[in-house]
Design a protein around this ligand. Structure first.
Ligand code: SAM
Ligand code: FES
Length: 347
């Protein structure tokens, strides 16, 4: 094991089977050791700075039926909403005043937001907030669509691969969804010039250490700018209602491994991590994460963007969220900063 850790810490690429061994060896001692090494590397690049991203969940309509997701098309209990362009600009304005310099527009795959509408939204944010980064997380679109949104002013795109193993992908998604298309989308995004984020859920149903090792191996090769990971959390109105949640321990180990794979990675401590443990985001930062994503969505719609049960921060105004985050980070010796927080590396 020591030689594998040594390879990882000195940034030498690991094989798939070495990643499996590392995951098999998960223990408190291993997590502590890797968290220490991850922190040392992270502090060399980012100091104690924590970047904030203002998350605007602008539609919970979705044409897809991912088995794990609370806003899947087949969930007839979900109460659907769409924000208008004016609503979105208002969220950005509030966010700007609170110090946010990155806006993340996230939504289900909602055909209502076609290229014309999305280009208009991006262009208006770009025009009004020239010093801010615009991140999109809209799911799979054509290369042409990604190009138009990039030209309109979007800088970054988050699209989790969800799993890097095609057989596992098929267990999480219906037949009309394609693993190859998702991977193709990620390659297109990076190729176009987006700061690109991929990622996966930890402990998603049927996931094995081999599957997780495939994700780590993919990330090592693909070299994304950002990686979003968080525990899978079950939602009562999905086909996976009776599956187990992912664990804090597995997620923390993976955060540290990701930081060691690439010290310059933008790596959020996610809301789902904060949902499975009251100090989940703090522990995520201590394990090597360096981004938090407080919610800027209007409070009136927060509970409707319910991807999983018991999601936190659905009742707080944006100002409360950022104050809470400032305090939480300060309490563990880190500092929320209000820069754009671009990726330090462009491949
Ligand atoms: N539609 C876009 C897409 O597909 O990328 C963005 C929205 S989607 C809801 C954002 C992410 O939420 C997904 O990539 C998935 O990893 C995560 N997610 C969905 N259901 C979840 C669950 N039950 N537990 C944890 N994360 C979940
Ligand atoms: Fe589309 Fe979850 S199924 S966002």
């Amino acid at each position: 094991m020591n030689d594998i850790i040594e390879k990882l810490v000195s940034q030498n690429p690991l094989t798939h089977s070495e990643f499996v061994s590392l995951l098999d060896a998960n223990s408190e001692a291993l997590r502590d050791k890797l968290a220490d090494d991850a922190n040392t590397l992270r502090e060399k690049v980012f100091g104690t700075d924590i970047y904030i991203r203002g998350l605007i969940e602008f539609t919970n309509y979705c044409k897809n039926d991912c088995y794990y997701c609370g806003i899947r098309a087949g969930n007839s209990n979900a109460v659907r909403y769409r924000l208008t362009v004016d609503d979105i600009l208002l969220c950005c304005e509030k966010g700007y005043d609170l110090g946010f310099r990155t806006f993340v527009l996230q939504g289900g795959e909602d055909p209502y937001f076609n290229d014309e509408k999305m280009v208009d939204i991006v262009a208006r944010i770009r025009d009004r907030f020239p010093d801010c980064a615009i991140t999109l997380s809209l799911g799979e679109r054509s290369r042409e669509s990604y190009e138009k949104l990039f030209s309109a002013g979007a800088d970054r795109y988050l699209l989790r691969e969800e799993t890097s193993d095609e057989q596992h992908y098929k267990k999480l998604h219906p037949d009309n969804m394609s693993f190859n298309n998702r991977m193709e989308c990620l390659k297109n995004l990076k190729d176009i010039g987006y700061q690109t984020g991929c990622g996966f859920m930890v402990g998603s149903p049927y996931q094995t250490h081999e599957d997780l090792a495939s994700d780590l191996y993919f990330i090592q090769e693909f070299r994304p700018h950002m990686v979003g990971i968080g525990p899978y959390i079950t939602h009562a109105d999905t086909p996976f209602a009776n599956k187990n949640n992912g664990t804090l321990e597995d997620t923390l180990l993976l955060i540290s491994i990701l930081r060691l794979i690439n010290p310059e990675l933008l790596l959020p401590a996610t809301t789902s991590l904060g949902t499975i443990h009251p100090l989940g985001r703090e522990l995520g930062i201590k394990a090597g994460a360096n981004v938090v994503m407080p919610n800027l969505s209007p409070v009136g719609v927060r509970k409707q963007y319910m991807l999983y049960d018991n999601k936190i921060c659905t009742g707080d105004e944006a100002a409360e969220c950022i104050n809470c985050m400032d305090k939480r980070m300060e309490a563990i010796g880190y500092k929320v900063v209000t820069s754009r927080g671009d990726s330090p590396f462009i491949d």
